[in-house]
Design a protein around this ligand. Structure first.
Ligand code: FES
Ligand SMILES: [Fe+2]
Length: 384
């Protein structure tokens, strides 16, 4: 391939080898702020949530003083994980193995048979190890390092390029959570998210309401900012034609779809606000969890909006999706997420072939992909 052509930055092994996977876990996912859920997930004393941040499992718990604290989820005795997933403890955290008990502020408060078994051990020497926790735009974040500082040092520069949404005023209805297990490397999933070139092609039917010719995107530090407006026909009649109540003023309608390094996408549109949480599970396996906030409106407002927009969408959908639902073909599903998962998995499969080689990369539409690859390379090399 001629040198004058733009080529991808990372080798194939970066997407297939356990060595790359381990280095990324250690040098990227253990050294960056990790998304841990929505603010309301931990809003009462004793409520907790745990999250994997690279090599570290960390839990956030609200103390009796209503302050959020984060701790490494490791019992100080023999290391058993203390808490799993999401829940509500009474007033103490009890290790399941030998019942060592910690208070909500991380202090070890009781050890069974202490006098006989642990003479001379000072409980205050064996408190839980703290991590960092912060709230940003309605989301909980943790960092394994207790001294990580303010989250604004990490996200402050990208914040002005996010959508004008008042995230705290939006609500999550029950069961918005979706989970996809994608048989592809996490970077393929992230690269797909920031690839502007595929939008008009893979999603020619499903994302046709956006004007992909007017995309504005750029990296701000390690984070990718992305905005695109609605197509004029849709923008003109947005108040009637949005299937859900609007969450920003009609004149600002469009989509802000940033990818926060290393793998937290946001999808901030005129009618909803979603997170797209990418977790690497293995070199060729990635979990994507989404959750969505929408307008804090009555069910009647939702129904009214759906009915108002029905006529506008029915005609367009009928022409575009003939045969939708007739088969298991993801390309006929009418679901842009299914289209993305399909494309990512097909790409991963080809990486195993000895005939695979990277082709030239689009100057503009794939500039973000190359930049993300460069960032991964720098972090893995320890240069970031
Ligand atoms: S490992 Fe937790 S009490 Fe023993
Ligand atoms: Fe896509």
């Amino acid at each position: 391939m001629a040198n004058s052509k733009l080529m991808p930055v990372l080798p194939v092994a970066a997407y297939t080898s356990p060595e790359w996977f381990d280095l990324e876990q250690e040098r990227i996912f253990s050294r960056t702020w990790a998304y841990a859920g929505f603010a309301e997930d931990v809003s009462e004393p004793g409520q907790y949530v745990s999250v994997q941040a690279g090599l570290n499992n960390i839990f956030i718990v609200m103390g009796r003083d209503r302050r959020l604290r984060a701790f490494h989820n490791i019992c100080r005795h023999r290391g058993t994980q203390l808490l799993r997933a999401v829940g509500h403890t009474q007033s103490a955290i009890v290790c399941p193995y030998h019942d060592w008990t910690y208070d909500l502020e991380g202090a070890l408060v009781s050890v069974p048979d202490r006098e006989r078994q642990f003479p001379g051990v000072d409980l205050s020497d064996v408190a839980l190890k703290p991590a960092s926790v912060d709230l940003w735009r309605g989301m909980l974040w943790v960092h394994p390092d207790e001294g990580a500082g303010s989250i604004m040092e990490w996200f402050g520069d990208i914040e002005p390029r996010l959508g004008p949404h008042r995230v705290d005023e939006l609500v999550e209805f029950p069961d918005t959570r979706t989970e996809h297990l994608v048989e592809a490397n996490w970077k393929i999933v992230v690269e797909n998210y920031i690839d502007g070139y595929h939008l008009a092609h893979l999603h020619s039917g499903t994302l046709a309401m956006y004007d992909h010719s007017r995309i504005a995107s750029r990296f701000v530090g390690p984070h990718f900012a992305f905005w695109e407006p609605l197509v004029p026909e849709y923008a003109k009649r947005i108040e009637q034609n949005s299937p859900y109540p609007l969450v920003i003023p009609a004149e600002q309608a469009g989509a802000w779809v940033p990818m926060l390094f290393p793998g937290i996408g946001l999808a901030e549109t005129e009618s909803s606000w979603s997170v797209f949480h990418v977790t690497p599970l293995a070199p060729d396996r990635t979990r994507v969890v989404t959750r969505t906030r929408t307008a804090n409106a009555s069910i009647w407002a939702y129904m009214h909006q759906a009915v108002r927009s029905y006529g506008f969408w029915a005609g367009r959908i009928r022409g575009k999706f003939d045969g939708v639902g007739d088969s298991d073909d993801p390309m006929a599903s009418g679901d842009f997420m299914a289209e993305d998962v399909y494309a990512c998995e097909q790409q991963q499969r080809s990486l195993q072939s000895p005939y695979f080689e990277h082709g030239p990369s689009a100057v503009r539409g794939e500039a973000g992909v190359r930049r993300h690859q460069q960032l991964v390379q720098e972090w893995v090399a320890g240069d970031a």
